[in-house]
Write a protein that binds this ligand. Structure first.
Ligand code: UDP
Length: 590
């Protein structure tokens, strides 16, 4: 007997159930606010509909295993729904989700006799749910994953003994996912939501457990793990590829945009073929397939490769390769400037606000906003972590928006600009900028104030720069004083008295930005640059990453090695990559 015999009826009822519940769900949630992005919310409705439909036709609702799965799926759908309504954080939901998974899997499986089984089965289900959650970065991706997994499992079942419940659940997953995929053709988006992901992930995990096959478990693990790795490996591959022909850092913007012109539809197609190849490879190994089957798989792989090449390598003719004055990344306007442009701007700010200048107001007009009447120009050196922070802290975001210049400091920002199709001319690394400003200051006689770092560090950095560029230093202060303290007032006063043309503020992000905002009240002209940990590097307290690491955009790894305490902050880098990916793939014109 094959699992396909007599499965037509459950197939039809599963499809009918999926459509019915989805339509019903859409009506019920018509006035519900979801903040999941643009698209139509599906949640767990189609999965539950297909599950109930297949179960009714298969006559298995009286079986304890099926009832337990239904109870688990419905409860997870409900807590996922609450999450979709932003009512609970994942942290709050985790123990409840785990409890539901443990009890329902325990009730559904005969094998659930040992605590080891219960723990591993729960972790297994949570892992699959996490995999689907990451796949949901691209709206249709969970459906692709579920379709390919369910499809290959069907073929696998036909070669083995199988439980009827497992086949019916698999059928339900396959039907609902395929329906959602069909719906989403033509650019319509379906939002799975946590509700759909919790439910589908739980059911997928249950199928592999009900089959009780260690091989199947492994096979299931392999594919979802690929989904976790997919966005990150893809980006790493792209960054590496950009050094072979696309030259991320040295090419012109026209050349750089070459590799980033990928569209969501193509990405989804590529991912689908990629997952299918992996699924089938595992399947062929498991069922001990004959050689022609491997040949067919090879052909599929070649097609995937072709899609890959046409997706990532071909230039999109519609790209506008003219570099605009400013580009936007995650809601922050970044100035498309090179270090030489920054120096030019500084010179012009200082010239226009010099005491001899007739109108300081004219100079204010050249900055993006100097609404408070101060002509202190704030330059922000923004890296990817700063952009993530701006999304989380309104105060920091508005400090960035008020700045005269926001320069791209970091390969992550340059990568994101390229990836979003609005390339920047290049990087403006903070450390190099400090040195270049000092060089210009030496020539023009600008007065410089050094603020920040531990005692002695600013002095050391200032002396190093003075030796190289003979600069006019008008003040040096360490940066260890409490915000809004009397000591800070005293520092502000000393800076005001020193009247610097340029002040480097090295207090770290976002403190330095807040300090500069305060400085506007007492310093009416000049340029303030937030320079983070630059003094540590210039004074050689912290060595700069080797050149090859800078080239391969892994300077952050070097800093992590030197300062392991930065680890928590570094977690913002994958968050940045994920936010950019999400934005690219899911915004209207991507
Ligand atoms: N720093 C400071 N005062 C403080 C905290 C930090 O002067 O209260 C200095 C710190 O010594 C370092 C610089 O700010 O030289 C930047 O710190 P970090 O490297 O943590 O920030 P990032 O470079 O990421 O902005």
């Amino acid at each position: 007997m094959t699992p396909f015999t007599g499965q037509l009826e459950p197939l039809i009822t599963a499809a009918a159930g999926a459509i019915l519940l989805w339509v019903l769900g859409a009506r019920l949630t018509a006035n519900t606010r979801f903040e999941l992005g643009r698209g139509r919310y599906a949640g767990a409705f189609p999965f539950l509909g297909a599950f109930i439909g297949a179960g009714l036709a298969g006559g298995v609702f009286t079986q304890q295993s099926f009832q337990a799965l239904a109870a688990g799926a419905i409860l997870l759908a409900i807590i996922g729904f609450l999450r979709d309504r932003q009512r609970f954080s994942y942290l709050t939901l985790l123990p409840w989700g785990a409890l539901i998974i443990i009890t329902s899997l325990f009730a559904a499986t005969d094998a659930a006799t040992s605590s080891i089984f219960v723990i591993s089965a729960t972790l297994w289900a949570i892992l699959i749910i996490v995999c689907l959650k990451i796949a949901a970065l691209v709206y249709e991706m969970p459906f692709i994953l579920l379709t390919t997994s369910a499809l290959t499992q069907f073929i696998y079942f036909s070669q083995h003994q199988f439980t009827q419940s497992a086949v019916l659940v698999n059928l339900a997953l396959l039907t609902s996912s395929v329906l959602m995929l069909i719906y989403s053709t033509g650019g319509r988006r379906v939002l799975t939501g946590s509700s759909g992901i919790f439910t589908a992930g739980f059911l997928l995990a249950a199928v592999s457990l009900l089959e009780g096959s260690g091989q199947l478990l492994l096979f299931g693990l392999f594919v979802p793990s690929m989904v976790i790795l997919f966005p990150f490996t893809l980006i790493s591959a792209m960054i590496v590829a950009s050094y072979f022909g696309n030259r991320l850092h040295h090419g012109t913007s026209r050349e750089r945009i070459y590799s980033w012109s990928l569209r969501r539809e193509k990405t989804v197609l590529f991912a689908g073929l990629f997952f299918l190849c992996l699924n089938f490879l595992a399947l062929l190994v498991l069922i001990d397939a004959p050689t022609p089957a491997y040949f067919a798989l090879f052909l599929l792989f070649v097609i995937s490769l072709f899609v890959f090449v046409s997706t990532f390598a071909r230039k999109d003719a519609s790209n506008n390769t003219q570099v605009p004055r400013q580009i936007e990344i995650l809601g922050i306007a970044i100035d498309a400037v090179l270090p030489a442009d920054v120096i030019e701007r500084i010179a012009s700010y200082l010239q226009q606000t010099s005491p001899a200048s007739e109108s300081a107001a004219d100079a204010s007009a050249t900055a993006r906003s100097s609404t408070d009447g101060s002509s202190l120009f704030h330059i922000v050196t923004a890296d990817s972590l700063a952009l993530v922070r701006a999304g989380e802290e309104t105060r920091f975001k508005s400090a960035m928006q008020r700045a005269a210049l926001v320069v791209p400091d970091g390969a992550g920002v340059v990568w994101a600009a390229d990836f979003l199709g609005t390339p920047l001319p290049g990087r403006v690394p903070g450390v190099a900028l400090v040195s270049q400003i000092c060089e210009a200051a030496g020539k023009n006689g600008w007065k410089i104030f050094f603020l920040g770092g531990k005692a002695g560090i600013a002095e050391h950095a200032a002396n190093t720069l003075n030796k190289e560029h003979s600069i006019n230093i008008c003040g040096i202060e360490h940066g260890y004083f409490a915000p809004d303290s009397e000591e800070e007032e005293a520092v502000l006063e000393r800076i005001a008295r020193a009247k610097p043309d340029i002040i480097f503020v090295a207090l770290g992000v976002p403190r330095q930005e807040y300090f500069i905002a305060r400085l506007r009240n007492c310093l009416k002209r000049g340029v303030a640059v937030g320079v983070g940990g630059s003094f540590d590097v210039i004074s050689q307290t912290l060595p700069r990453a080797p050149y090859w690491m800078q080239r391969f955009a892994i300077e952050w790894l070097f800093r992590l090695w030197l300062e392991p305490r930065r680890f928590m902050r570094m977690l913002g880098i994958p968050a940045f990559v994920l936010q950019i990916l999400r934005h690219k793939w899911n915004t209207e014109n991507s």
